[in-house]
Design a protein around this ligand. Structure first.
Ligand SMILES: *[C@@H]1O[C@H](CO)[C@@H](O)[C@H](O)[C@H]1NC(C)=O
Ligand SMILES: *[C@@H]1O[C@H](CO)[C@@H](O)[C@H](O)[C@H]1NC(C)=O
Ligand SMILES: *[C@@H]1O[C@H](CO)[C@@H](O)[C@H](O)[C@H]1NC(C)=O
Ligand SMILES: *[C@@H]1O[C@H](CO)[C@@H](O)[C@H](O)[C@H]1NC(C)=O
Ligand SMILES: *[C@@H]1O[C@H](CO)[C@@H](O)[C@H](O)[C@H]1NC(C)=O
Ligand SMILES: *[C@@H]1O[C@H](CO)[C@@H](O)[C@H](O)[C@H]1NC(C)=O
Ligand SMILES: *[C@@H]1O[C@H](CO)[C@@H](O)[C@H](O)[C@H]1NC(C)=O
Length: 732
């Protein structure tokens, strides 16, 4: 045999089917037990709930049921057959209108068990098949009488059952008959309960379904019909008062105790002798009350119940009963508490009712949400409603006024949000306008420098980051990404500064040289644009020579600073199409990186000058370094930068700062004119014997630059060249 592979996963559909099957099983399991564990709870299709039971240990005394499996389906009978039984006596009888006494000592008596139809523990009722007493004529004067009496319990010891007076009636059927319904012991003396007569045998007067005395009569079953006490012994009897003129066609009369609506009269029942019994082969339904008997009553409140107390389920309670009450003994029944159902006679038999499944029985407003709970249910109103859905309808929580207020508040909120969005857009538009005004699109296209967003730079612009403040603006130090940068922020923009900015950007974008500070980018999204430069850690030459950052500087470094600065300026002056004039050359505008590489900075007042075209504009540079010729004529040329560079050279070798009085320049010029060695003018740090000649050369070069005859000044390229050679010969 093949074993199916276990590793193969079950198809989803199969899983679903299995899950479905499991839920069906679970539902079946959920059906509440009706009797003790291990006890059969059914005979055929009849449920046998405790205290009824089929096996020893499965029933309470008096409630035994036997199941006869010889029938199909099996039939259930009340046990204790000498207590619960139907007594059948058959005998011939003649019509005896005046006779008021009858002997019942008939030899031909038989007994039948009482067959059980069904049991309802929550109503404390059972239904059984009850007998039909009949009297059928054999000729016009003689009847064959079949008396049938249902006996429940005995005269001296009441059983747990009694015929329900409320739910049963006495019925008589026949064209001319009186019906009694006393106990079997009193039949003869019992008054006629109802009488059926069809005058002159008018059978057509009988109506189907009507037991108003025409072919059928009906009477209530009353306690006084019984011997006394509960009706535990009922004998539906016939009083055959006349000869039977219709004995051939309508021989039989019937009497019975039957559940209300358990028998519907049919005119056909008046004919023949087999029609009515043929419709009820087992008998007619009779409702019995049952109770726990044996001198038992509900325990008084607070009293401990007796050991054989029957109401064992949680959520059950006890009710004093009437079965056996007026006669012999006390009795009680058990009920499940309100909102519980099931069998109060077994442990945990009473189970909570899910009221929400029965909306017809348990009211919950359509606006409510039904929620089951143990011992009841709740019906809270849906959100936004108030009230109790169980007591009535849920009402809207917010009246119209409240809704209007909420609505208005909502509207105002929305307007505020829209306004905010509008403002933000306006702000954005403004940013865009600045960007365009500042030449953003052109720069963007040129792709020379990076265009920063406003948000990228704003965090850097705080006072703790400020590293410098000059005539043209403030400088902040910060990080963008991993790069250390210096951000230059013009002091709040006058027109001049804006022009200077543009100047700087344009110039910077044209000069890319190792000795000119590199402009990384700018931010145009602000009124006055911000410039982002590479950060040079050693600050300015002015700082190092004279300022807070004063450091020892050997001649090699000074020479290379001079050479590199000259290189940068020469580069500017030698641009092919345009000459760039710095216009403000001074130690403060020569920056030094960590290796003391010099870089020219600050092109704020620099000029782009078309070749062969001279430039006269306002004077704004530092006058201490300014070419006096330019100061006089207002004519800026590249030789103006050469003059300023001459001053820078003097500061480099003397470490003395120049001032507006030109004293430093004058001292050197005077010394040079006299052909003196200006040894005492040199900075002591570098004025060593072997370097004096070099220093003298440098001083000579500076004086050349300071020549008041502009044409006699060397070109920047020339100076750069000479410095380069000096530098190289020294290092080789
Ligand atoms: C039992 O079965 C019979 C017929 O099979 C049916 O008439 C009767 O109503 C059933 N009783 C119950 C309690 O289901
Ligand atoms: C007793 O009843 C049986 C059948 O029910 C019948 O055959 C018999 O004749 C009856 N005996 C008497 C004395 O009536
Ligand atoms: C009726 O039948 C009984 C016996 O069954 C008999 O004694 C009686 O005489 C009959 N009566 C008539 C009127 O035939
Ligand atoms: C009563 O009902 C039966 C069928 O159940 C029918 O045959 C009969 O004729 C009806 N009788 C009357 C008087 O309508
Ligand atoms: C008798 O008739 C009533 C209504 O007319 C019906 O509810 C009931 O079921 C009938 N009873 C029988 C045993 O047919
Ligand atoms: C039931 O009857 C007994 C005896 O008469 C009495 O003591 C008890 O209080 C009654 N219990 C109830 C719940 O009526
Ligand atoms: C029912 O009663 C038993 C004791 O008989 C108790 O253990 C159990 O907790 C009760 N259950 C509920 C739901 O009250």
């Amino acid at each position: 045999m093949r074993t199916p592979s276990r590793s193969r996963p079950l198809p989803t559909i199969l899983l679903l089917i299995l899950a479905g099957a499991a839920s069906v099983i679970a539902e079946q399991d959920e059906q509440q037990p009706v009797t003790h564990p291990g006890c059969p709870d059914k005979c055929g299709n009849i449920s046998i709930p405790f205290p009824f039971g089929l096996m020893p240990g499965c029933f309470r005394e008096g409630f035994e049921v036997t199941c006869d499996h010889t029938f199909d389906p099996p039939r259930a009978f009340l046990a204790d057959r000498d207590t619960n039984r139907i007594t059948v006596t058959e005998h011939d009888e003649s019509a005896v209108p005046d006779d008021s006494y009858r002997s019942y000592s008939y030899p031909n008596t038989s007994y039948c068990p009482i067959e059980l139809m069904d049991v309802s523990v929550d109503r404390s009722q059972a239904r059984v098949y009850g007998p039909i007493t009949s009297g059928c004529s054999t000729n016009s004067t003689t009847y064959k009488l079949k008396d049938q009496v249902m006996m429940l319990g005995r005269l001296t010891s009441a059983g747990p059952f009694a015929v329900s007076e409320a739910l049963n009636v006495v019925i008589g059927v026949g064209w001319r008959v009186g019906v009694t319904a006393g106990s079997s012991y009193t039949t003869s003396s019992t008054a006629v309960a109802c009488r059926s007569e069809l005058p002159a045998g008018r059978l057509e007067d009988a109506r189907n379904g009507s037991c108003a005395g025409r072919g059928c009569c009906e009477a209530a079953l009353r306690q006084e019909n019984s011997y006394y006490g509960p009706v535990t012994n009922v004998a539906p009897g016939l009083r055959l008062e006349d000869s039977n003129a219709l004995w051939k066609t309508n021989p039989c009369s019937y009497a019975m105790v039957v559940e209300k609506s358990g028998y519907n009269f049919s005119t056909l029942d008046l004919y023949g002798d087999k029609v009515l019994p043929g419709r009820f082969p087992k008998g007619v339904p009779v409702v019995l009350d049952f109770a726990i008997v044996g001198d038992a009553a509900c325990p008084e409140k607070g009293r401990r119940p007796p050991p054989d107390y029957a109401c064992v389920s949680n959520n059950s309670y006890c009710v004093n009963a009437t079965v056996g009450q007026s006669g012999y003994a006390l009795s009680y029944v058990c009920k499940c508490a309100e909102h519980y159902e099931g069998n109060p006679y077994i442990a945990n038999g009473c189970q909570d009712i899910d009221e929400c499944k029965f909306p017809d029985l348990y009211y919950c407003s359509t606006n409510g949400i039904c929620k089951n709970r143990l011992g009841g249910y709740d019906c809270p109103c849906k959100p936004g409603m108030k009230g109790d859905g169980k007591l009535g309808h849920c009402a809207e929580k917010f009246p119209l006024v409240a809704k209007v207020i909420v609505g208005t508040t909502g509207c105002i909120f929305i307007i505020v949000v829209i306004s905010l969005i509008f403002l933000l857009r306006k702000e954005k538009r403004k940013t865009r306008e600045f960007y365009e005004k500042n030449g953003g699109p052109t720069l963007e296209k040129a792709k020379i420098i990076k265009l920063f967003k406003r948000e990228e730079l704003v965090p850097i612009l705080k006072s703790s980051n400020r590293i410098g403040k000059g005539g043209f603006g403030e400088v902040y130090k910060g990080n963008i990404g991993n790069e250390l940068v210096a951000v230059k922020k013009p002091i709040k923009g006058n027109l001049l500064e804006k022009e200077q900015f543009a100047n700087e950007v344009i110039i910077q974008s044209q000069v890319i040289h190792k000795n000119i500070i590199r402009l990384i980018g700018c931010c145009l999204e602000v009124d006055t644009p911000l410039l982002v430069y590479e950060f040079l850690s050693n600050g300015s030459l002015d700082d190092i020579l004279h300022g807070d950052g004063k450091k020892p500087l050997n001649l090699d470094i000074r020479l290379s600073i001079a050479s590199e600065s000259a290189d940068g300026l020469a580069y500017m002056h030698s641009q092919t199409n345009t000459i760039i004039l710095h216009g403000d050359v001074k130690p403060a505008n020569i920056l030094l990186d960590d290796k003391f590489v010099a870089k020219i900075s600050d092109f704020g007042i620099s000029r782009l000058i078309a070749r062969e075209k001279q430039h006269t504009r306002y004077v704004i540079g530092d006058t201490s370094y300014m070419d006096p010729v330019y100061l006089q004529s207002g004519l800026l040329t590249e030789k103006s930068d050469v003059y300023s560079f001459g001053v820078v050279l003097l500061e480099l070798i003397s470490r003395k700062k120049t001032f507006d009085d030109n004293s430093l320049v004058n001292v050197f010029i005077e010394a040079h004119r006299r052909g003196e060695r200006a040894t005492e003018l040199f900075d002591n740090e570098i004025a060593v014997a072997e370097d004096l000649e070099l220093l003298q050369n440098l001083a000579g070069m500076a004086v050349e630059c300071l020549n008041l005859d502009v044409d006699q000044r060397p070109a920047m390229t020339d100076i750069a060249h000479r410095l380069l050679i000096m530098n190289q010969s020294r290092n080789s």
